[in-house]
Design a protein around this ligand. Structure first.
Ligand SMILES: Nc1ncnc2c1ncn2[C@@H]1O[C@H](COP(=O)(O)OP(=O)(O)OP(=O)(O)O)[C@@H](O)[C@H]1O
Length: 216
């Protein structure tokens, strides 16, 4: 089980996170929602170890973790591009392997297999980066906005892989495309006013003003 608690994060005078707690078990998919700027990406970066909080207490199976990025327990999909621009699509697909690249996906991506990452559209590139992270052997995956630039039919492909991987791995994902996120999550939490609330359904999202009633 991954547990992070007592997270305190300030930028100058601004307090972003205060006493924040989040947990995720292997075999569980946790969806993290919250308004722009509430600190979702910061929390994922703090878990991965690439952002220093003023205070945090991170454990995996009761072992304290300081710099997750240096180990193999956690893989992280950041919001920004991270795979080298010179890499060819075919090479990435080979690296990912059949657990995330089905024959259907392979056929669909065949026309761009010889292209370099640099020459792809934003959504094509993002889709490949999502596949790559989902193929990592880490026990825990942190996914920051995996669906945001992706076309609906590709979102369904990612959802299928996330569900499959989530049978054994612990996955924490955040996205403003809350419906696709809710569809794959075993548990949903909302960051709001520096606290974390358990969400049961879309009505709860209205209650905390994350969506308006008109969104139903
Ligand atoms: N390096 C930084 N210096 C100063 N402020 C920062 C820094 N990084 C993030 N912030 C601020 O911290 C707040 C939380 O940012 P974060 O990216 O974690 O939000 P988020 O919940 O992921 O938002 P979004 O949904 O828009 O992606 C924002 O108001 C942001 O401006």
């Amino acid at each position: 089980m991954l547990q992070i608690d007592s997270v305190t994060l300030r930028f100058g005078e601004r307090e972003i996170l205060s006493g924040c707690y989040l947990s995720c078990k292997a075999g569980e998919i946790v969806g993290l929602l919250g308004r722009n700027g509430c600190g979702k990406s910061s929390l994922l970066k703090i878990i991965f170890g690439t952002l220093n909080a003023q205070f945090k207490h991170l454990r995996i199976d009761d072992k304290i973790i300081k710099k997750a990025f240096a180990g193999k327990n956690i893989a992280y999909l950041p919001q920004h591009k991270f795979l080298p621009s010179f890499l060819k699509v075919g090479k990435i697909l080979d690296d990912c392997g059949p657990s995330v690249v089905s024959q259907e996906t392979m056929d669909r991506l065949k026309p761009i297999a010889g292209s370099r990452m640099n020459d792809l559209s934003g959504g094509e590139r993002r889709f490949l980066e999502c596949l790559w992270i989902l193929s990592r052997p880490a026990t825990y995956l942190l996914l920051d906005e995996p669906f945001s630039e992706i076309a609906p039919y590709q979102i369904e492909t990612l959802q299928d892989i996330i569900r499959e991987k989530g049978k054994e791995k612990g996955i924490i994902l955040t996205d403003h495309l809350y419906r696709p996120l809710m569809e794959v999550s075993d548990r949903i939490v909302l960051m709001h006013n520096n606290a974390v609330y358990n969400i049961r359904n879309e009505s709860d999202l209205v209650l905390y003003n994350y969506i308006s009633e008109l969104s139903f």
